[in-house]
Design a protein around this ligand. Structure first.
Ligand code: GMT
Length: 374
């Protein structure tokens, strides 16, 4: 098949999933064309059957904001026409599902470009419900030839918030590649992250308020009282300053390490003992799945799609949003019981295989076939 993919190219779960999907599809023999304003951060180097098309916006004195969505629609149309795309698969509804709909209209009646929209999270739970975007989000979901959601929670939330008429939202979970995300085989980078006697707790995100990174620091501060430990924070974003101030306020010193954006987190995850994800909302929690695949149990909020990924007590621990004390107590209990920790490590890695690319990507291929067969 000839497939176009549009996503946000920046550090974030939807761009990561879209890129990994494109790469997997190309490995399976499909022709894949990424269309976005920059090359997606996980698209490293050359891959056979993968091409990136950059959307360029033009500044004009009249525009206070450059109309990126219009330039994107034009590029999606142009690429679909030149590369004879059959499917345009967009990730994150705003504005991608609307621009793909425009590209589809512009291609008519010459060809029928099928639009597949994957909903990822705040496009439904937050931004999509804002009055500035609501009607267009609803319209572009309803007009897509197929719609997928990354969890049952997100599918139900889409029906609840948008009451989409005639739209059948198919759940296709996020996935990991076990070749990349796997437990440590021979050694890990632990020694480079923390002193040998320290437990290592890790958090990866784009540090938006929804991730509650300050809670990450507070949970860690409590764990620190029970054992020597290091907190490794990977990523960057608006809440980094607040998290740094909290770490200073709590006097955590060199035990908290802010690494900034790192493209390849698997090696760092393999060096970790526990992953923290105390988010306000999380439609799936790809970061948690990646940690589990590396054999790292997860302490997280019991919200959104996280309970579909993390098995309570087996592969991690779920607590209400903001329950810092409960999360810290459980983290310390797990880390101070080596037998239980080892059991949870194995269970996490095993559970993650339920979400392997091998199992999930064929579900997208089947969906594309259904859409093309009308
Ligand atoms: O929806 C967002 O906030 C953006 C998106 C991203 O690009 O980071 O995150 C969402 O998509 C991920 C991939 O499907 C999910 O793993 C995240 O849980 C989800 N984030 C939220 O729901 C907050």
């Amino acid at each position: 098949m000839r497939i176009g993919i549009t996503c946000y190219p920046t550090y974030g779960g939807s761009g990561a999933v879209a890129t990994e999907l494109g790469l997997e599809l190309a490995r399976r023999g499909h022709e894949v064309h990424f269309v976005s304003y920059a090359s997606p951060f996980r698209l490293r180097g050359f891959a056979p059957r993968v091409t990136f098309h950059e959307v360029v916006t033009t500044d004009y004195p009249l525009f206070e904001h450059s109309p990126y969505a219009l330039a994107l629609a034009v590029k999606q149309h142009e690429v679909a026409q030149r590369e004879k795309l059959e499917i345009m698969h967009v990730h994150y509804a705003i504005p991608h599902a609307a621009t793909a709909w425009l590209a589809k209209q512009m291609l008519r009646p010459e060809r029928d470009l099928k639009v597949v929209t994957t909903l990822h999270g705040t496009d439904i739970t937050l931004v999509g419900q804002d009055p500035s975007y609501y009607t267009l989000t609803k319209f572009s979901i309803e007009q897509s030839d197929a719609v997928t959601a990354v969890s049952r929670y997100l599918r139900d939330e889409t029906y609840r918030a948008f009451g989409c008429v005639d739209c059948d939202v198919r759940v296709i979970s996020n996935f990991i590649s076990p070749a990349e995300y796997h437990p440590p085989r021979d050694g890990s980078c632990r020694g480079a992250l923390a002193p040998a006697d320290h437990k290592i707790l890790t958090h990866v995100s784009n540090f938006r308020p929804v991730k509650r990174v300050v809670d990450v620091v507070r949970v860690f501060a409590s764990v620190c009282k029970a054992m020597p430990a290091t907190l490794v924070l990977i990523g960057d974003g608006p809440e980094r300053d607040a998290a740094e101030h909290e770490a200073d306020r709590l006097g955590l010193g060199e035990d908290v390490r802010f690494l900034g954006k790192v493209d390849d987190v698997a090696e760092l995850l393999r060096g970790s003992d526990l992953f923290l994800l105390p988010s306000e909302t999380e439609s799936f929690g790809l970061a948690a799945l990646e940690a589990m695949a590396c054999g790292v149990p997860v302490i997280a909020s019991a919200v959104g799609g996280l309970p579909e990924v993390i098995a309570q007590g087996e592969t991690g621990f779920l607590a209400p949003v903001g329950a810092v004390d409960a999360m810290a107590a459980e983290a310390a209990a797990i880390l101070s019981d080596p037998a239980r920790h080892a059991r949870m490590r194995s269970a996490a890695a095993r559970r993650a295989l339920d979400f392997s690319a091998e199992r999930i990507v064929p579900q997208y291929e089947a969906l594309y076939r259904d859409v093309l067969n009308g």
